[in-house]
Design a binder for this molecule. Structure first.
Ligand code: SAM
Length: 311
């Protein structure tokens, strides 16, 4: 257990969110996250990859919701320094971050927008799901992070991605009704990644939620506008904050011609969304959103909404 005092205001928020699961949750986030990877089948078969790791004495435990995902057991070498990593045979990716692309499972004829894509863990997974066919537009506002994305695309042998650098809020106007699927893996307060660095809790500031939520709402409206009629929009974050999750989805549902659909993915324990927060009751269709908790799946935290644009 790591000894870091959680700010009282944050603890009170978590009490409200997790209720009688609070102790279980606090214990889960105080233990380091398990390292996980995604085998890149654009370059190697899973069985061949497993043979290489087996020869090196590195154990792999399957991630139930992604047939290319594995938790890595007892690797003495840093995964990022292995030649297999440089060669793009695998991507180091947190197991819960593999969920949004799996839920989307685009086919190889589709036009997909990844609106906040860098450094590209989900873009490269989408390319893998599409067998390097169709088109993915991978956008991010940050030039520095886009450099990491382009490096990753090259390393992984991805050939169906067009990279753009702009504020995602502009897409709706520039490319309305264009994409079969849009992924908005939004910039967020990242509470769910706390197991990577428990001390990050020391930097917690309460004002951040409202500020991020304003941007997230505008990005989600833009994602909605960029989707084709009947198109799917996946909104995901790695935070537990309802302001950045259910509230943002409710904002869209209340104003636009859009609905939610149940999120389906085998092998995950989904927790229920928060339907009311700080005196605000959310739109009833928020009920289809899912929360992924560290104490239920031994992963980082996530929030996912599957939205469908109506005609
Ligand atoms: C959670 S990270 C994305 C992680 C990425 N999807 C992945 O799986 O590797 C959020 C990203 O949003 C980008 N971002 C922040 N504000 C943005 C905006 N207004 N438009 C587009 N991207 C933005 C950040 O630079 C950051 O790379």
């Amino acid at each position: 257990m790591v000894e870091v005092k959680i700010p009282e205001e944050l603890l009170n928020r978590w009490k409200e969110i997790f209720q009688d699961e609070l102790e279980e949750f606090l214990e889960a986030i105080s233990t380091p996250i398990r390292e996980s990877i995604r085998v890149n089948t654009l370059k190697i078969d899973v069985s061949e990859f497993m043979r290489i790791f087996e020869e090196r004495g590195i154990g792999l435990q399957p991630v139930p919701w992604c047939k290319w995902g594995f938790w890595v057991e007892a690797s003495e070498e840093s995964l990022g320094n292995m030649w297999e990593h440089f060669a793009g045979l695998f991507y180091i990716q947190e197991a819960s971050s593999m969920m949004p692309p799996q839920i989307m499972s685009p086919d190889s004829t589709m036009k997909v927008l990844d609106m906040a894509a860098a450094p590209g863990s989900k873009t490269t997974q989408l390319a893998q799901l599409m067998n390097n066919r169709g088109i993915i537009v991978a956008n991010d506002v940050s030039v520095k992070r886009l450099k990491a994305l382009t490096n990753n695309l090259e390393r992984m042998g991805v050939a169906n991605v067009l990279v753009t650098q702009m504020d995602g809020r502009r897409f709706g106007r520039l490319a309305p009704n264009t994409f079969d699927m849009v992924l908005l893996d939004a910039p967020c307060s990242a509470e769910g990644t706390i197991r990577k660095s428990y001390k990050a809790i020391l930097n917690w500031r309460s004002w951040i939620y409202e500020k991020l939520a304003e941007t997230q709402k505008m990005l989600l409206v833009s994602a909605y506008k960029a989707a084709k009629p009947k198109g799917v929009i996946i909104y995901s974050t790695c935070t537990f904050a309802p302001e950045e999750n259910e509230w943002v989805v409710s904002y869209l549902l209340e104003r636009y011609h859009v609905t939610t659909e149940p999120v389906e993915l085998e092998g995950v324990h989904f927790s229920n969304p928060v339907m009311e927060w700080k005196g605000k009751s959310f739109h009833p269709m928020v009920k289809n959103c899912v929360r992924i908790y560290p104490h239920k799946n031994d992963v980082g935290g996530f929030f996912i909404a599957k939205l469908r644009k109506l005609e």
